[in-house]
Design a protein around this ligand. Structure first.
Ligand SMILES: [Zn+2]
Length: 305
């Protein structure tokens, strides 16, 4: 993911809302943190073509055995043209059928950057924790099948650029591929919302008002913050970010990027981003709890709209 413009800091006047609806947490932040640890232990470096990349796919697939058995797990393989030549990539899709016509896609990238292959970059916040979040949400929807729109999990490959410099043609390989494929087969017309999770496990997380996102979905995220008592974790900053939601936005799908781009220290707000400091100790169960609560509420609100 890449930031193209400087941040506009918003006033925090509406940031604090008390938790008005105390609720049991349907998905546990602690469980997501544990799953993240297991994921980075299994697949610490997950750049395309590496053994860790294959291990990452194996880890995800192993957590969806019932969906594999039902034919609701899809391995979307494709060959991407990259600056270093053709590379085999895989998006992984898990379907939880609902009762109404329409699909809510929840997405995260699962790989790490090819250009960081020579350092110990594990992407704890950048890719790993949101992969774990999606797995945990899948476990919830297995136990509580969607009563409204279908929920599809999309684990994208090749979100990161191959070269260090991010360009439109060297980035978002998986999302560009699947958006084109779903355009071709008509699936895209059934997608009610595409909701992306990226970098939302950091202990100092504050989710951006990502300004490429569709306004009504930003409004629902704000409402989800109020519903869950998590408004103080939202919208301290507003900025447009290039991420996996863009190929869907370009095809007219309502999109939301749930992301906190800042990931560092007060003097260097991006100190941990794309460095060997993106490690497990930066994450917190509380932030992952907030993220899970927001995602579950968003799905509910999209259905009520
Ligand atoms: Zn990244």
């Amino acid at each position: 993911m890449s930031l193209r413009y400087s941040a506009l800091v918003l006033g925090a006047a509406l940031a604090l809302t008390p938790a008005s609806h105390a609720q049991a947490h349907a998905v546990s932040g602690q469980a997501i943190l544990k799953l993240t640890q297991q994921y980075v232990d299994t697949a610490p470096k997950r750049y395309i073509g590496s053994p860790g990349h294959a291990a990452a796919e194996g880890f995800i697939k192993a957590h969806f055995a019932p969906e594999v058995a039902k034919g609701n797990f899809i391995d979307d393989r494709f060959t991407a043209r990259t600056p270093i030549g053709p590379l085999m990539m895989h998006n992984l899709i898990v379907k939880f059928p609902g009762k109404r016509d329409g699909i809510i896609v929840l997405a995260s990238h699962y790989e790490t950057n090819y250009w960081l292959k020579d350092i110990h970059f594990i992407g704890a916040n950048d890719g790993a924790c949101t992969t774990a979040l999606l797995i945990a949400l899948g476990q919830y929807y297995r136990e509580h099948p969607p009563q409204g729109y279908s929920v599809w999990l999309l684990f994208t490959d090749g979100e990161e650029s191959i070269n260090k410099e991010w360009t439109d043609s060297d980035s978002l390989y998986g999302s560009r591929h699947i958006a084109a494929k779903w355009s071709g087969d008509g699936t895209i017309g059934h997608i009610k919302a595409f909701v992306l999770a990226d970098m939302i496990g950091w202990r100092d997380m504050n989710i951006d008002k990502e300004s490429n996102s569709t306004p009504w979905l930003l409004d629902l995220l704000s409402k989800a913050g109020r519903d869950t008592g998590h408004s103080k974790y939202l919208f301290r900053e507003s900025q447009p970010i290039d991420d996996d939601h863009l190929p869907f936005l370009q095809r007219g799908v309502p999109v939301l990027d749930v992301i906190d781009f800042e990931y560092g220290t007060p003097s260097n707000p991006e100190a941990f981003h794309h460095t060997d400091q993106d490690t497990m100790d930066k994450l917190s169960a509380t932030s992952l709890q907030v993220s899970a609560d927001l995602f579950l509420d968003l799905v509910k609100l999209i259905n009520q709209r």
